[in-house]
Write a protein that binds this ligand. Sequence first.
Ligand SMILES: Cc1ncc(COP(=O)(O)O)c(C=O)c1O
Length: 450
Amino acid sequence: MTIAEPQTAIDALLATRLRNAQPALWTNPALQAQRAAALPALGRTISLDDTRAAAARLARFADLLAQVFPELAATGGVVESPLLPATALQPVLGMAEGQGRLFIKADHSLPVAGSIKARGGMHEVLEFAEGLALQHGLVQPGGDYRALATTQAREVLGRYQVAVGSTGNLGMSIGVVASALGFQATVHMSADAKEWKKDRLRQRGVLVVEHTGDYERAVAAGRAEAASNPMCHFVDDEQSFSLLLGYSAAALHLQKQLAEQGVAVDAEHPLIVYLPCGVGGAPAGITFGLRQVLGPHVHCFFAEPVQSPCFMVQMMAGPGAHPSVYDWGLSNRTEADGLAVPRASLLAAELMRPLLSGVFTVADDTLFTHLVRVLDALGERIEPSAAAGFSGPALLTGTTAGQAWLRSTGIDAVLHQATHLVWTTGGLLVPKAQYQGFVQRGRAVLAAQG
Ligand SMILES: Cc1ncc(COP(=O)(O)O)c(C=O)c1O
C-alpha cells in the first residue's frame, strides 16, 4: 500500500523518525473536548451505561470467582489493582520539580491473569457463560452464580469451547478463566508468545496451538477454526465489544481510587494517562471509560514499541485505511511481547479518534531501563510491555512536539498541578529466571549509558 504524504514539516519529521524506528510522538488533531453521551464504533454505539453493565456483570460473578480462584478469596472475587504514588521515580524519569505528580495504576499485579488483560478477558468469558447459564436454566436472573461451580453446570459448559488468538497475556486470561469454569479452552499463540506462558496454560488444561506467524495470523487462524465449530465462542481481540467494555470497567474503580487519594481532575488539575498499546483494545477500553467517567481533563496517550507502532500508523492514516507496521519498513520485533502487533484494531481506532490525545513510541532498551528503575525506586516487578508508559512524561515536557501539545492544551500553565498516571500492565506471573534476565539487560543498558 502507499503511505499518505506528510502534510507539514512536523509530520515529515515524525514520519522520518517512525520509519527509522526512533522514539516519536504523534498528537491527535481530531481530539474532541466535549463529552459525547454515546460514541459510534463499527456500526454500533456505546456509552457509559455499557461500561456500568460490564462492571455489574463482573460483580454478579464475584462470589463464584472467589470460590473458583483461591487468590481472589481475600477480595471477595474482585479483580482490581492498587493506585500507587510513584514520586520516588520522578527524578530518574527526567521529571523536573513543578511538572506534576506521578502515580502508577498497578495492573501488573492483577490477580489470576497477571496483566491488564484480566478484566476484559474475564468479562467476555463470563458474558458467554452467563448467556449459556440462563439459557440452560443453570442460574436464575439475580440468583447465586456459585451454582456454576457444581459438577452438573460444569458438565453443560464443558460441551462448549472458548478460543482466542493472542501474543500471550490475553490467552492467559481467557484460557485460565474459561478452563476454570469448565469450558474447553484453546489459545492460538503468535510466534512472539513466551514459552512460560504456554507452559502455564497447558498446566491448566488449555489447548495451546503454536503459530509460526505474528499476532495477526494467530488471530486469523483461531477465527477460521472457530467459524467451523458452532459450539465455539471466539474471543476476537481485534473487534470485540465485550473485551473492550470489560477493560473500560477499570475507569469506575480508578475514579474511586483517585477520590480516596485526594486527586482532583479538572481544568486546573489535568490527569495525563500513559497506556501501553498492542492491538489497542485494552487501552481504548480504558480511555473510553476514563473520558466518560472523568471528562475532558483526562488526557490519554498510548505507548508502543518503536518496531510495532500499529496504533500510531493507524491514527496517522485516518479512517478508511488499515496500514500495518510492515508498510513502514518496520519489523514488528520487540521484547515487549504483549505489544508485538502489526495492525491496529479498527474498533479501537474508530472509538479513539475523538478521545485519544496522542501516541508515542519507545525503544526496547528504554523499556528495560524503566523496568529496572521501577524495581529500584518502588520494588515493583513489571514486564517489558508494562514499562512502555514511563517514557510519556519526559516526552511531553522535553520534546518540541510534546511542548507544543502542552501549550496548545493550556496544560503548560497548570503542569505543576497535573497528575501523571502510568498504567503498568503486566508482570505478576513472570517466572523469576525470566525476570532476572530483564533486570540484567536493563542494568547493562544503564551501565553503557554511564
Ligand atoms: C502486558 C500488556 N500490556 C498491554 C497490552 C496491550 O493490550 P492491547 O493489545 O489490547 O492493546 C498487552 C496485550 O496483550 C499486554 O500483554
